[in-house]
Write a protein that binds this ligand. Structure first.
Ligand code: PEP
Length: 251
């Protein structure tokens, strides 16, 4: 049975002090709650070890927002998957549209990152999604299929089963424009059928597919009610403990 998950993506926000404070607030709220989903926060590299020290890992998972496409060595400024794992983090967001768009991350690069994350026992939260033009010209289903095939279909079924996917229409990220629950369901069902065509129905049915893009406490209940939407990847609204918990409590 696939898991329901709400994951925060803090992006390049919060100082260390602010980040530790926010993580403590989320942790505290979770200590009093019995959420019907797993809860994860993905935070800047600089915050990982400090946040790991103040959260209860049975209530709140911790992840990075990226990792390097090389194991180690002369890659100034990069942070490897093993370094992320050494902080205590167990998740890593990969393939976020901001990484694809601003840092030129291709499917070839993402393939390396996924392999290194898995080799270091990190669970990738792998993002896919179309831009507005692709939505409008009707190619969006093919675009997302290609993103999955190119970066992930060299994995064995066993490794693929370790992934979490996140469908994030780029036109909905940080824009306040959310996909409708029907648009999300159409794409999530499509993603599941793409997975089934390669790995079979059981693997597809067991894969958690999150929706991301201007998800808020007000729209999360309708989105999460759709049968193929297994939760959310939350940007802006994860920077406030109350609104993040509002989304967690949408389940
Ligand atoms: C994201 O960037 O992963 C995201 C979903 O952002 P927002 O919720 O702010 O649209």
């Amino acid at each position: 049975m696939r898991k329901k998950i709400v994951a925060g993506n803090w992006k390049m926000n919060t100082t260390l002090e602010e980040g530790v404070g926010l993580a403590k607030d989320v942790n505290q709220a979770l200590s009093k709650a019995t959420p019907k989903c797993d809860v994860i926060i993905a935070v800047p590299f600089t915050h990982l070890a400090s946040i790991n020290a103040v959260i209860n890992p049975t209530k709140l998972g911790l992840g990075a927002e990226n990792c390097a496409d090389h194991k180690s060595g002369a890659y100034t400024g990069e942070v490897s998957a093993s370094m992320v794992a050494s902080t205590g983090a167990t998740y890593v967001i990969l393939g976020h549209s901001e990484r694809r768009q601003y840092y030129g991350e291709t499917s070839e690069i993402l393939k390396e990152k996924v392999n290194l994350a898995l080799a270091n026992n990190l669970t990738p939260i792998f993002c896919i999604g179309e831009v507005l033009e692709e939505r409008e010209n009707g190619t969006y289903l093919d675009v997302v299929k290609k993103q999955i095939e190119e970066a992930l279909f060299d994995l064995s079924a066993e490794d693929f089963s370790k992934l979490i996917l996140a469908y994030e229409p780029v036109w909905a990220i940080g824009t306040g424009k959310t996909a409708t629950d029907d648009q999300a369901q159409e794409m999530h069902a499509h993603i599941r059928s793409v997975i089934a065509s390669k790995y079979g129905k059981e693997v597809a049915d067991n894969t958690s597919i999150l929706y991301g893009g201007s998800c808020k406490p007000s729209n999360a209940p309708q989105l999460f009610a759709k049968p193929d939407v297994d939760g959310g990847l939350i940007g802006g609204a994860s920077l406030d403990a109350e609104s993040f918990m509002g989304i967690v409590n949408a389940f």
